[in-house]
Design a protein around this ligand. Sequence first.
Ligand code: ASP
Length: 344
Amino acid sequence: MDQKTSVLLILTGGTISMGEDPATGALAPLDKERMLSHLPELGLLPVNISVVAFDPMIDSSDVDTDFWKQIAESIRDRYDEFDGFVILHGTDTMAYSASAVSFMLRHLAKPVIFTGSQLPLGFLRSDAKENVLNAIEIAAAKDASGRPMVPEVAIFFENALMRGNRTTKKSTDNFDAFYSYNYPDLAKSGVHIKYEPHVIHYEDGSKPLAVNTRMDNNVVVFTLFPGIREEVVESLLNVPGLRAIILRTFGAGNAPRAEWLYNVLKSATDRGIVIVNISQCLTGTVSMGRYETSLHLQRAGVLSGFDMTLETAVTKLMHLLGNYSNHEDIVKRLQMPLCGEVTI
Ligand code: ASP
């Protein structure tokens, strides 16, 4: 690692920053100093590390759109000072946050690496140290010409570096808690960290970082299941102010052929509501029109979400709704990759 490389470590909370409350036994965030006392190794790394902590640090189940804005702004405000950024974050909603931040930071030319842990830093068997030290090494890594190895928003966990907006939390228990189902890993760590430059996105450097934190959370996620009732769907589609629906369908994007379902979906798209078809399967893509059971969705104006993760579909819609009022502008951008989040 380059001696002069500098990394900003942003502490936002999560299990990694927690300790047991002696009164209740429940895990709750520690303060910055107590947390860092468990990481004396930071001083041994050949990287200049500065640390900032959110106040308060939170369990990531409490994350909202303002929190994503705060992360993006922390990077924007100190972008020129550092070669890379590491965000310590709770695992529960890390995939949502990494996806949201990837849409907020356009023309990103430096690494922004999210990580966390399944056990707190202070626990003997914790996975925290390994995750933090690897994430810092990746955020500081440069190639022979001095170019950052991974100028992307990514998640490092256990032994894999994954594109943030392709990642899903898959386990409450295992140390390899995240997986990128539809896109190859950007790097693997073992004795060495092995980067895969052919799947990493590199900006040409002609445009400066542009930070856009506008988001509109008038979206809903709705999962189909056999036997679903018309009244339930109807009431969901008529929530006042609703602008977009993520419809979690079966298999390759299929749904019951019931006439009432077509009618309620069609009446929603006629009112300008954007409906995106995402599969309940984790691997593979939505392919509307492949089966008869998706033709009526197409006719009702439902759009394919292709192979987007749920986390990406939610945050991409919030981002697009926050920035565009024109239906065509939203639909066009929804169906093209903005930062490597979808394969079309
Ligand atoms: N509840 C914790 C959080 O997401 C879980 C974790 O960090 O692993 O903040």
